[in-house]
Each structure stands twice: as C-alpha cells, then as structure tokens.
Design a protein. Structure first.
Length: 234
C-alpha cells in the first residue's frame, strides 16, 4: 500500500507593515483650472521626491509608508487616481510621481470637502498593509459647500482613529460665490476640517507656494510616526 504524504499547510503571507498610511485628497473643483491642477500635481511629485522627505521615510521603524492619491470636488464627484503604493526609496517615489504625471487632469463641480473625507476614509479601509498611523491630507482653496456637513465627515474619520491634516491654499475667495475675508479658509480648516491625534493645518498663499507647503506637511507627518514598526513579524 502506497503511503500518501501528508498535505503541507499553505503558507500565510503577512503583508509587510508601513509606518504611515497616507491619503492625499486633492481639490479638483471648478475653481481649479488646468494650470492650477498641473501645479498641484507637480507639487506632489516634487515634494514626494524631495531628499529630506525620502530620508524621513527611510528613517522610520518600518522604513516605508503607504500612499494613495484621490481627487474630489462636488458631493458625488470623487475618484481614486493612484492606488495604494508602498514608498520605501527614491526609485519608489519617482515611479509613483511619473505615474501621477501621466493621469488626465479633471476639474468640475463644487467643493464638498465632506465628500472627499468620506471617500478617503473608505479608501483607507482598503489599504493592503497594517500601520499604526492613518492620515488623510485634505488640500484645497475653498470652503466646504453642498449638502454634506464637513464636521460630521471629520468626526466619522476621527472615530476610526484617523487623523485629518490640511493644506489651505489662499483665502477661499476663488471658490464659487465666495466673498471670504482674509484668513477665513485657514480658520475653516482648523475649526471644521482637521481632527484626530496631532492634527494640523499648513497654509500656502497661492498654488505657486503649494509644493513648499506640501513638503513641510509631509516632513511633519512622517516625522511623527510611532517608534515601533507595528505588525512586523520578529
């Protein structure tokens, strides 16, 4: 009688953890024309490939972050532009930036920051790696409008231990129908948009300064990672 070898158990593949899961949630409402949309894209590409940002990514306990890029405008208008990508080196960042540069530019509709936050929160739930910190980075040039209250969207994210940080560009006067006084957009972001552990807002006077503001924000976010690589097998 032939002996039948015992079946070997299937190997369980455990995803490598990352220090930070970061959703870049970018305003593409009708106030963002093609030239401004291009400045936003170029700012993200340059910031991610900045040597100081890459050095911080590599210095973390896991030595990597998870990154995705979404665009939002009106209540029903959000899209995933780039899927989750593991960034652990300059070549990773360069490949990500080149992929972003190839995507078509779109702008339409109102400024539903609430819709953008809710969409980004769902994207975070689909991330393929574990991470101690989960962050949504909301950037835009206008106040929340439409039927969804942004405070409620913020609170839903914070309840899931997600931090929302923001980049407020200009004073909000470019938004449709806006007569915002100086500083109102920054105040709106501070009081209604950002939330969660360590949340903060950075500002840019206009989209010409967006890239520099984004670099400051990325350096701060990445530097605040946990001292342990949570989820890594020993």
């Amino acid at each position: 009688m032939l002996a039948v070898p015992a079946a070997r158990p299937l190997a369980v593949v455990i995803p490598e953890p990352v220090d930070l899961l970061l959703v870049l949630a970018v305003d593409t409402s009708s106030s963002i024309d093609r030239d401004v949309a291009r400045l936003q894209r170029e700012g993200h590409c340059a910031a991610l490939c900045d040597p100081s940002v890459i050095a911080l990514v590599r210095s973390g306990p896991c030595g990597a972050i998870g990154l995705t890029y979404v665009e939002w405008s009106g209540v029903a208008h959000q899209r995933l532009v780039l899927p989750w990508t593991r960034i652990a080196s300059l070549p990773d960042a360069t490949a990500w930036s080149e992929a972003l540069a190839r995507k078509p530019l779109l702008s339409l509709g109102g400024t539903s920051i609430a819709g953008g936050i809710d969409f980004a929160r769902r994207v975070l739930s689909d991330a393929p790696w574990p991470a101690e910190r989960r962050v949504i980075d909301v950037s835009g040039d206008g106040l929340n409008n439409g039927s969804l209250p942004v405070e409620a969207a913020r609170d839903r994210a914070v309840a899931e231990n997600i931090t929302i940080n923001g980049i407020a560009v200009g004073d909000g006067a470019t938004d449709i129908g806006s007569v915002s006084p100086p500083g109102e957009l920054e105040d709106h972001y501070r009081n209604a948009v950002v939330g969660g552990p360590g949340a903060f807002v950075v500002t840019a006077e206009d989209f010409g300064g967006f890239g520099a503001a984004l670099r400051r924000k990325l350096r701060r976010e990445i530097a605040e990672v946990s001292p342990l690589c949570v989820g890594r097998s020993s």
